[in-house]
Design a protein around this ligand. Structure first.
Ligand code: ZN
Length: 258
């Protein structure tokens, strides 16, 4: 039997009556993703699931509804690690295979990284020389042997699909660039966007395996025109429209478009 997990592995912040942010404070900021829980009248929505070293559903039994739908904004480990825990799992069609194989993803043991990868990560502005975890989730956990758990999608998402929670609905926006099947979830009524790794307040990554700068530029041009009031990103602090557009514009300036 697995040793009991740390009770403080996931920290929680209530954003409003319906939205709660969960994060893993002992995970390096490079991989510390925002996990968003949205309470709906008929079903709950979970946007991203963390690195998957601790059991998210166990840590939030009081918060999660039985009919919760877990959506990964893309298949990268820091967002999809906990997907396998949930009965209902959704991801964009372009990343169904990546979720199902769990291959070509990051490892948690920095010791296994080659020099080129370490240099590339340092170049992104992250120092991971001290490791990717500052604590372990449970006794006996070893980052060197930890494997990301593959899982199948029970729902395949594409541009324009609608996830209806009963009292609010989110439209799927296909936002490729960071990864081929990156998505955002947009509630037009409250002008709220979960932007995944397309836009967050931190260094944006467009040179990973599977990244595509041309697609990223097109995504940013689309997002520049989107009517938003609040944006909850895949990492970092949430943004109002001004900061959101600043980040989008900075990217467009950097990559020589618009
Ligand atoms: Zn990512």
């Amino acid at each position: 039997m697995r040793a009991e997990q740390r009770l403080d592995w996931f920290s929680r912040t209530a954003i409003d009556d319906d939205i709660t942010l969960l994060v893993e404070p002992y995970v390096h900021e490079l991989l510390r993703c925002n996990i968003w829980h949205v309470r709906g009248r008929e079903r709950d929505l979970l946007v991203d699931t963390g690195v998957g070293v601790a059991v998210l559903s166990e840590a939030a039994t009081d918060l999660f509804d039985a009919s919760i739908l877990a959506v990964a904004t893309h298949a990268h480990m820091d967002h999809s690690g906990g997907m396998h825990e949930f009965e209902q799992r959704a991801i964009h069609s372009a990343e169904v295979a990546a979720l199902a194989t769990a291959q070509e993803n990051m490892r948690l043991d920095v010791g296994s990284y080659d020099e080129a990868t370490l240099v590339a990560i340092a170049h992104m502005g992250y120092d991971i020389s001290g490791g990717l975890l500052t604590e372990i989730p449970h006794a006996g956990f070893d980052p060197a042997t930890h494997e990301l758990q593959a899982t199948t999608a029970t729902m395949v998402l594409d541009e324009g699909d609608v996830i209806d929670l009963g009292d609010r609905a989110f439209e799927v926006l296909h936002l490729p660039g960071h990864s081929p099947g990156s998505i955002g979830l947009y509630d037009a009524k409250s002008r709220l966007l979960f932007s995944g790794d397309a836009v967050y307040d931190g260094p944006l990554l467009d040179e990973l395996d599977g990244s595509d700068v041309e697609h990223y530029v097109a995504t940013m041009m689309r997002l520049m025109a989107l009517d938003v009031e609040v944006v909850h990103g895949g990492h970092g602090s949430s943004m109002g429209p001004k900061r959101f557009r600043e980040i989008v514009q900075q990217y467009l300036d950097l990559r020589g478009a618009a």
